[in-house]
Design a protein around this ligand. Structure first.
Ligand SMILES: Nc1ncnc2c1ncn2[C@@H]1O[C@H](COP(=O)(O)OP(=O)(O)OP(=O)(O)O)[C@@H](O)[C@H]1O
Ligand SMILES: [Mg+2]
Length: 247
C-alpha cells in the first residue's frame, strides 16, 4: 500500500436522477490508498447518491471516475465491485437472503472461494455478532441488521469500504466497537455520517457537500471544529465540541 497513491479519482462528475435536474455538480476529488474520508452534508445534499454512483447503482453520469485506476463503466463493474465493500444507508435494501449466514456468504460463494465458512465466521466475529449466524434476516432489529450489513461488507476483505451511515441505530457499545474496527483496518474508507463525533474518530479527511456541490474539503479536525463553516451549511459542531449538555 502506498499512502500517496490515489485509489479513487473523481473528475468533474455531474449527475441528476432526471436530466433536467442536476444533483451532483462538477465534483472532483481523490481518495488515497489507506485514507479514511468522511462525507458530511445536510439531508438531501447528495451523499448517498455519490456512493451509489461509485458502486454502479446509478450510471448516467458525466465526467470520469477511476477506482484503482480502472474506469468506472459497465464493462468494468464486476471487477471494480470485487474491490469494494459497501454498506447501504437502508439495511433493508442491502439484506436480500433469508438468513444471516447466506447473506454474508453470498459474495464469497459468488467468487467460488473455498473458505466460505471461515470468511463468514471471521466477519461475524469481527463485528461481535456470531450469535446471529443462523438467524433469519427478517425480524432482526435495526441495529442487528446494520451490523450484519457491515459484516457482509467486511467479509471479502475489500480494498475500500464505502459506508453510508454505519453508526446509525447502533448502541453505544457496538458503535465504539465499530470505531475500533475501522481504525484498525488499513484499507481506504469513505464514511457518510451525521454522527460527526464518529467521523472525528475514524477519518483523517472530510468532504462537505451542499446541494450537490463540494463546499469544503480538508483535514477532519479542522473542518469539524469550524463552527462558522458548519453552521453556514446547516450543520452543527460534533457533540464533543459543544457545551457540556451538547446544546
Ligand atoms: N432514486 C431517486 N430518484 C429521484 N430522486 C432521488 C432518488 N434518490 C434520491 N433522490 C433525491 O436526490 C437528493 C439527494 O439524495 P441523497 O439520498 O443522495 O441525499 P443524502 O445527502 O444522502 O441525504 P440524507 O442525509 O438524508 O441521507 C434528494 O433530494 C433525494 O430526494
Ligand atoms: Mg443518505
Amino acid at each position: 500500500m502506498n499512502l500517496s497513491n490515489p485509489y479513487v479519482v473523481v473528475d468533474k462528475l455531474n449527475f441528476g436522477y432526471k436530466k433536467e435536474n442536476v444533483l451532483l455538480k462538477n465534483l472532483s476529488f481523490e481518495i488515497l490508498e489507506g485514507e479514511s474520508v468522511g462525507i458530511i452534508g445536510q439531508n438531501g445534499a447528495g451523499k448517498s447518491t455519490l456512493l451509489k454512483l461509485l458502486v454502479g447503482l446509478e450510471s448516467n453520469f458525466s465526467g470520469e471516475v477511476f477506482i484503482d485506476k480502472i474506469a468506472l463503466k459497465k464493462e468494468n463493474l464486476a471487477l471494480i465491485l470485487q474491490k469494494i465493500g459497501y454498506v447501504f444507508q437502508e439495511s433493508n435494501h442491502q439484506l436480500f437472503m433469508p438468513n444471516v449466514y447466506d447473506d454474508i456468504a453470498f459474495a464469497p460463494r459468488n467468487y467460488r472461494l473455498l473458505e466460505v465458512d471461515t470468511l463468514v465466521h471471521n466477519a461475524l466475529e469481527k463485528v461481535g455478532i456470531l450469535h446471529l449466524k443462523h438467524r433469519q434476516t427478517y425480524g432482526l432489529s435495526g441495529g442487528e441488521k446494520k451490523l450484519v450489513c457491515i459484516a457482509s461488507a467486511l467479509a471479502m476483505n475489500p480494498d475500500i469500504l464505502l459506508l453510508d451511515e454505519p453508526s446509525i441505530t447502533l448502541d453505544s457499545k457496538n458503535r465504539r466497537n465499530l470505531i475500533q474496527i475501522l481504525k484498525n483496518l488499513p484499507q481506504s474508507k469513505v464514511i457518510i455520517s451525521h454522527d460527526l463525533d464518529f467521523l472525528l474518530e475514524t477519518c483523517s479527511k472530510i468532504l462537505m457537500l451542499y446541494r450537490g456541490e463540494i463546499v469544503a474539503q480538508g483535514k477532519c479536525k479542522e473542518i469539524l471544529t469550524n463552527k462558522d463553516l458548519l453552521e453556514k451549511y446547516n450543520l452543527e459542531l460534533p457533540l464533543s465540541y459543544q457545551g457540556s449538555l451538547g446544546i
